[in-house]
Design a binder for this molecule. Structure first.
Ligand SMILES: Cc1cc2nc3c(=O)[nH]c(=O)nc-3n(C[C@H](O)[C@H](O)[C@H](O)COP(=O)(O)OP(=O)(O)OC[C@H]3O[C@@H](n4cnc5c(N)ncnc54)[C@H](O)[C@@H]3O)c2cc1C
Length: 297
């Protein structure tokens, strides 16, 4: 089906995008890669009066490292991110980037659009919670940075105000010796994960010095699993401790019943994936090269 007619505007700068989005009324939306928005418009699940295309704004697709942090522009595509030096340096980043959809979607979809869609099934917000990222926003009231775990408020609802856009993402460079794993479970490449888990570990010998755990497709928003982290932080990583962490993650999840599975099935997956994520992250912390990404069933 074709979308209902709309006016198309191409923004040349962040300031112009903000001005258009602020002044064109309730029916206006930002457009980035179109991989979520155009699908919704074509299915007539959403209608718009105006689209403001951000795609030609210069300088909004950078991928940079320096001063102890990584900075990624909102328009960086999944495909570029998967091939970037960030993915080479941070295995958990590569796990997530390579698992998103198929080549076509990865070539068009952007990290900014992925985060802004407020979809708990999207991989970037879940991965970025594990990396303790900030979302950089700019709007009529100026600039602000929001911790990624506070960015999605409810299903498909973010903290973005009228006229406000995401300009980029930043996160601290992981400590030396830290490593993570991002593991998801999905039916096929061009499908969103049934559930996904991110684990970023910092080890001190056999003890867990620090950890972040995140869950995707496990509730109405991406979840920062602080209960699971509390079971792990400062502890010797025995099998019992890992089992308790996986159980805590399940208790923090609240998956919905949908075409991808029942809540019970998804919680079984979360339990398994948390254990697998911790196991892979720990081996990577020890310097082993381990390949993981989404698995298909
Ligand atoms: C078949 C298929 C399979 C997919 N599978 C996966 C998957 O497995 N994992 C996954 O993570 N994703 C998946 N996706 C989603 C895809 O990865 C895109 O990231 C996602 O569609 C949004 O990015 P986009 O750039 O296309 O944004 P758009 O579709 O252009 O926009 C999405 C929403 O964000 C808003 N928006 C976009 N950019 C900004 C910005 N900079 N500031 C403020 N608001 C903005 C738009 O107004 C819109 O509401 C899939 C998509 C398809 C079509």
């Amino acid at each position: 089906m074709y979308p209902a007619p709309f006016n198309y505007h191409r923004a040349g700068s962040v300031a112009e995008a903000i001005s258009l989005l602020s002044n064109l009324g309730d029916g206006v939306r930002a457009l980035a890669g179109g991989q979520s928005l155009l699908v919704l418009l074509k299915a007539r699940f959403d209608t718009v009066t105006d689209l403001v295309d951000l795609g030609r704004i210069r300088g909004l697709d950078g991928i940079e490292a320096g001063n102890g942090e990584y900075r990624i522009g909102a328009l960086a595509t999944h495909a570029r991110l998967a091939r970037s030096p960030v993915a080479e340096a941070i295995p958990i980043f590569q796990d997530a980037a390579n698992g998103i959809a198929d080549n076509q979607v990865r070539s068009r979809g952007t990290i900014g659009g992925n985060v802004s869609s407020g979809d708990p099934s999207c991989d970037w917000p879940t991965l970025l919670i594990a990396l303790d990222a900030q979302v950089h926003c700019e709007g009529p009231d100026g600039k602000r940075a929001v911790p990624v775990n506070e960015f999605v408020e409810d299903l498909y609802l973010t903290v973005l105000g009228d006229g406000e856009i995401v300009t980029g993402i930043s996160f601290p460079a992981p400590e030396k010796g830290a490593a993570g794993a991002y593991v998801g479970f999905k039916r096929c490449a061009p499908a969103y994960p049934t559930t996904s888990v991110g684990v970023q570990l910092t080890m001190d010998g056999d003890d867990c010095k620090d950890v972040r755990v995140s869950l995707g497709s496990s509730g109405l928003t991406p979840i920062h699993a602080t209960g699971a982290e509390a079971e792990l932080r400062g502890k010797l990583l025995t099998d019992d401790v890992i089992v308790r962490a996986a159980d805590a993650a399940v208790a923090e999840s609240d998956p919905i019943d949908d075409q991808r599975g029942t809540p019970e099935f998804k919680q079984l997956l979360i339990n398994t994936l948390v254990k697998r994520g911790i196991g892979v992250a720990r081996r990577r912390c020890a310097g082993e090269q381990v390949e993981v990404s989404h698995e298909y069933y």
